[in-house]
Each structure stands twice: as structure tokens, then as C-alpha cells.
Design a protein around this ligand. Structure first.
Ligand code: PEP
Ligand code: MN
Length: 352
């Protein structure tokens, strides 16, 4: 249930309600809205005695949450939440954020070139995997800590925030000192220990939809992170596995529009992994923004033919720059702006 406090309710009244909920076996989570505080009471469903709560001072009303996911639900928070990563804000409906970069960090030269290209084209977050969950154990597995160091250096040089995947507790502990956003990949969407650890890390988390996860399972995975007190979750639709073989996955754009209704969390779309085909990235990016996505995650490589990972779905610098120009028009039509204008004096420095 949620306990909606009156506008301007005092800290003491909030404390009394929280204590009452805790005594009844609920975990109280405070949610700060624009004009009032809402206390989400989560916990195992039981026949708790909630009578009397409505009569406590400062309480406006008590509303049951019908969905199995609670903290992730719009029932708990009506307004869109905004996740802050470095200087970049994701969600909130006013801007579209583009996260771009190579599938994997391969070398200093490759990453700095990618950082320059994506920054100049208007992206605000640099992606690059340092731990790659590959289907084959013989494929390139990533540069691990060296990759994270390069990502942090290239992003600082270009003036970008960063996102990179973690695959277990060890990689999470390492990555949290280097990156702005921890990515949990499709293959780990139901790794509940990892979800809880990401929740405890206090860092923003980009949670990809599992290969065959339902929308509800995806939102329950977000709930795991949030139940640890971390509200900074960005959902990422990256295609699901269907019977179709001509695309790598099937991009489920209806999920994007539906999740925007069901949840207050920002939703971004990854057209690269969703299609596996660079020719489809432009059309699917435009469709994603029209469907209401708050941003995009796009693979860009200085020389896709030489990529150690996912070259066939990576855009080259010219293709990415042209796409960003196209996306300007569609963002304007949807009443938003693309990326954020570089702050004065915060452009790319001369060397790197
Ligand atoms: C990635 O973004 O590098 C990745 C591995 O994606 P996914 O988990 O969606 O397959
Ligand atoms: Mn990839």
C-alpha cells in the first residue's frame, strides 16, 4: 500500500507513520513527489491491520498497490522519475539521452576515437563493455579493469558520462569506482543476487530486459534493485527472442509504451542488440522515440569491420553522425530535445 501524506506534512508525522508500518512488518520507503511525500509500504503480502493509519496526523489517504511490483509502479509515484548520471539526467520527458560507443572497450585508440565521434554528434553517455558475457567462452571476454580505466579516461576527456556492464559481484565492486551507470545485461536480468548487490551499490543501474522475460518479470527485476533502497533504475528494451531468425531479436516497442504507463522509471531502447543489423538501427531508433522512449543505447565503432565484438550491428562514425541529425527532427516533433548542449568550456580538450 501507499500512504499519501498531506502537502507539508511534518517530519514527525512521517516518522510516526513509518514506525507504525515497520511495527506491522512492512518496509517503509519514502518517495518525494513535487508537492508531497508518499510512503510506500512494501513487504510480504499479509493481512496487516492498516485500520487507523488513515486517522494518523498528516495522513491524507491510504491506497492499496495492486501490482506485484510496488516501488517501480506508477501507483506509488505518478510523476516520471529522473535518474542522474554524472551531469546527465535520464527520464522526465523533456530530453532524449543517447548512450553510444563500442560494444567492447578494445584499445585506447579505439575508445578515444569513439568518444570523440559520439560526443561531437550529440551523445552524452559513453558505452563500452569491459566484461563481456559472450555466448562462446572462446570469444573476446573484455579488458576487465583496464577497460574500465580507459572508459573513465576517454569519457573524462570528452566530457561524457559512462555506462558499462557488470556480470557478478566482483566486476560490480570494481566498476562502481569507474563508471556512472552500472549495466545489468539481458543474461543477468534474473540474477537476483546481482540485482540486490546493484541495489546496495547506490549507483544508477541500466537494467536490460531478459532474452525471454515478460514485462512483469522485467519490472520485478527492477523491484529487486529498488527494494535495496536504490531508486535510480533505467529500464532498457533490447529485443526478445522469438521464432524470427532474420533479425537477432525482436524489438518489442509496445513494451516501451506499456512500461511508460505501468512504471515511472525511465525507459531506453537498444536497437543494436534488438536487431543485430546496422541497417535497422536508424528506423528502429526513430520508432523508439515515437513510442515514448527516454533515450537510446547505440553501438558505434570507429571501424566496425575490425570490431572484436558485434561489428555487424555497429554504426561507423559517419552513419552515427547522420542518424543523430535525423533524430533531432523526431525529438522536436515529440516536444523534447536531443541530448544536452555542451556546457561552455566543457568541450573536448585538444589531446587524449
Ligand atoms: C551489451 O549491451 O553489451 C550487451 C551484451 O547487451 P545485452 O545484455 O542486451 O545482450
Ligand atoms: Mn554488443
Amino acid at each position: 500500500m501507499v500512504v499519501v501524506m498531506e502537502p507539508g506534512a511534518s517530519p514527525e508525522t512521517i516518522e510516526v507513520v513509518s514506525e507504525r508500518l515497520a511495527a506491522q512488518g512492512f518496509q517503509p520507503h519514502l518517495i518525494h513527489g513535487v508537492s508531497r511525500i508518499v510512503i510506500a509500504a512494501v513487504g510480504e503480502h499479509r493481512a496487516a491491520d492498516t485500520s487507523g493509519l488513515e486517522n494518523l496526523p498528516g495522513v491524507e489517504k491510504v491506497v492499496p498497490i495492486m501490482k506485484p511490483y510496488k516501488l517501480a509502479s506508477r501507483e506509488v509515484r505518478g510523476e516520471d522519475s529522473v535518474v542522474k548520471a554524472g551531469r546527465v539526467a535520464v527520464g522526465g520527458g523533456r530530453s532524449v539521452v543517447v548512450m553510444a560507443g563500442p560494444c567492447a572497450v578494445e584499445s585506447r585508440e579505439q575508445l578515444f576515437m569513439a568518444a570523440r565521434v559520439v560526443k561531437r554528434a550529440g551523445a552524452t553517455i559513453l558505452r563500452g563493455g569491459a566484461f563481456k558475457p559472450r555466448t562462446s567462452p572462446y570469444s573476446f571476454q573484455g579488458l576487465a579493469e583496464k577497460g574500465l580505466q580507459l572508459l573513465a579516461e576517454a569519457a573524462a576527456w570528452a566530457g561524457l558520462a559512462t555506462v558499462s556492464e557488470v556480470i557478478d559481484q566482483e566486476s560490480l565492486d570494481m566498476a562502481k569506482d569507474y563508471v556512472d551507470i552500472l549495466q545489468i545485461g539481458a543474461r543477468n536480468m534474473q540474477n537476483f543476487r546481482l540485482l540486490r548487490a546493484a541495489g546496495r551499490s547506490g549507483k544508477p543501474v541500466l537494467l536490460k530486459r531478459g532474452l525471454s522475460a515478460t514485462i512483469e518479470e522485467w519490472l520485478m527485476a527492477a523491484e529487486y534493485i529498488m527494494s535495496e533502497g536504490n531508486e535510480q533504475v533505467i529500464l532498457c528494451e533490447r529485443g526478445i527472442r522469438t521464432f524470427e531468425r532474420l533479425t537477432r531479436n525482436t524489438l518489442d516497442l509496445s513494451a516501451v509504451s506499456l512500461v511508460k504507463i505501468l512504471s515511472h522509471l525511465p525507459v531506453v531502447v537498444d536497437p543494436s542488440h534488438a536487431t543485430g543489423d546496422r541497417r535497422l538501427i536508424g528506423p528502429m531508433s526513430k520508432a523508439a522515440l515515437a513510442a515514448g522512449a527516454d533515450g537510446l543505447l547505440i553501438e558505434v565503432h570507429p571501424d566496425p569491420a575490425q570490431a572484436l565484438c558485434d561489428g555487424q550491428q555497429s554504426l561507423n562514425p559517419e552513419q552515427f553522425t547522420a542518424l543523430m541529425q535525423d533524430l533531432q527532427a523526431i525529438t522536436l516533433v515529440t516536444g523534447r530535445k536531443l541530448g544536452s548542449l555542451p556546457e561552455a568550456g566543457k568541450g573536448i580538450k585538444a589531446a587524449g
